[in-house]
Write a protein that binds this ligand. Structure first.
Ligand SMILES: Cc1cc2nc3c(=O)[nH]c(=O)nc-3n(C[C@H](O)[C@H](O)[C@H](O)COP(=O)(O)OP(=O)(O)OC[C@H]3O[C@@H](n4cnc5c(N)ncnc54)[C@H](O)[C@@H]3O)c2cc1C
Length: 386
């Protein structure tokens, strides 16, 4: 990482590296091949990560979390990025939006998640509302003090069947100078309540073994205590978390690119053709140079965003730049890596093809590259009145 590490940060990095080496890397190939994380393995990762203090490291100590600051989180996500989401997602990092829990919600949702007794899903995307979040059809209508929830969500991902979902639903309309705008409210919806069905969704070729779920709501009755945060403020709450999450996606892309770089450099230095290491051919060596330069630039973008976040001045556009550049840098690095390996790059017994497949998702989730470019260009043009 492009940060000079303090003693504590170096210790954190060493802890994560040792954890990945012992608890995660040995299982990557099997999980990718079978498309499943055996439940005992998942529980073992959970347990060991609690023992070394990595579980819930993202949440403040005041709620029982590890209290990592932004630099620590960037370091953590960068190291996790070297491996599969299917495995490292068992090291719980509960969605920060749960910090909005109040009163009884803290004991029912937030604290059990911090302790790893419950798992949540973050349910925003719908079959007909992906990038265009505001076109969501899932809605909740008031009924006395209660709300009646109807609609569906898809692509909602997590390591295992959750205990509850944070579900975003339209609850009204605001009149704005740009026309009517949906009010979106976040609800805490328990798995198992009447009218809420959840099933495993389509299988993704990136991060095999990381599940997506399909959620359906049919006249689900929710009490007023199921609203997370303020009614009508769901997207604003989600936005705060999504911004920082895009920086963590960027950091994890840097970690994966570094792993691809290390593997490619080793291969280029040892694989011989025409009597010499293939790295000596400029067509191969220059690819390594390009990966190294772009990775350095991507790391610096992450550090820049982290420094701004520490000062409270990181904008949506800053986060979008990190997500856009780092995920596209990773895409180029993964493609170069396959090319450097030649045919072996596509063989199942080598990790390159898996890292290449895993990399592809990074340009899509948490907002596609096009949506990040939209956010950046909007921040340029809006002040000019366009
Ligand atoms: C494995 C996986 C896990 C996921 N996990 C979650 C989760 O836990 N929770 C959750 O809520 N969501 C989750 N998602 C959903 C993810 O965030 C969406 O897939 C993503 O936001 C894109 O939406 P979409 O797939 O519907 O694509 P679409 O919105 O249909 O986009 C299709 C294409 O059109 C382009 N496009 C759309 N609008 C514009 C525009 N205005 N300008 C230019 N181009 C545009 C897109 O960039 C893209 O190239 C997950 C997705 C996957 C694949």
């Amino acid at each position: 990482m492009a940060l000079e590490l303090t003693h504590d940060q170096k210790m954190l990095q060493d802890t994560v590296d040792a954890f990945l080496a012992n608890e995660i890397y040995p299982y990557e190939e099997e999980v990718d091949r079978t498309g499943k994380v055996p439940i005992d393995l998942g529980r073992q990762i959970e347990k060991r990560s609690k023992e070394v203090g990595l579980f819930s490291a993202n949440l403040p100590e005041s709620v029982g979390g590890g209290g990592l600051d932004y630099r620590g989180m960037a370091l953590l996500e960068r190291e996790y990025g070297k491996t599969s989401h299917a495995l490292h997602s068992w090291i719980g990092r509960p969605t920060e939006i749960l910090l909005a829990c109040e009163g009884e919600q803290r004991e029912q949702y937030l604290l059990p998640c911090v302790r790893g007794e419950k798992r949540e899903l973050f349910a925003l995307t719908e079959p007909e509302a992906g990038s265009d979040v505001m076109s969501m059809k899932t809605n909740a209508k008031p009924d006395g003090d209660d709300w009646i929830l109807n609609g569906s969500k898809h692509f909602i991902s997590g390591p295992k069947m959750p205990d509850f979902a944070i579900v975003f639903a339209a609850t009204g309309l605001d009149e704005t100078p740009r026309g009517p705008r949906k009010q979106i409210t976040a609800f805490l919806v328990d798995v198992g309540i009447d009218g809420f069905s959840i099933s495993e969704g389509s299988r993704c070729v990136s991060y095999r073994g990381y599940n997506t779920f399909q959620l359906n709501f049919s006249d689900v009755r929710l009490g007023p205590g199921q609203i997370l945060g303020e009614a009508g403020q769901g997207l604003e709450q989600a936005g705060k978390w999504l911004g920082m999450n895009r920086v963590w996606v960027g950091a994890s892309c840097c970690g994966k690119a570094e792993r691809l770089f290390d593997l490619s450099a080793e291969w280029a230095a040892t694989r011989k053709q025409f009597g010499q290491p293939i790295g000596k051919f400029q067509g191969t060596g220059f690819k390594l140079a390009d990966i190294a330069v772009e990775l350095r630039a991507a790391d610096l973008l992450v550090v820049d965003a982290v420094k701004k976040a520490e000062k409270g001045i990181m904008t949506d556009s800053d986060a979008a730049m990190v997500k856009l550049f780092c995920s596209e840098m990773l895409h180029r690095a993964a493609d170069h890596a396959v090319q450097i390996y030649g045919g072996m790059g596509l063989m199942e017994e080598m990790p390159i093809q898996r890292l290449w497949r895993d990399s592809r998702l990074e340009r899509i989730w948490d907002g596609t590259s096009e949506i990040q470019r939209h956010i950046i260009s909007r921040s340029i043009l809006r002040p000019l009145g366009a």
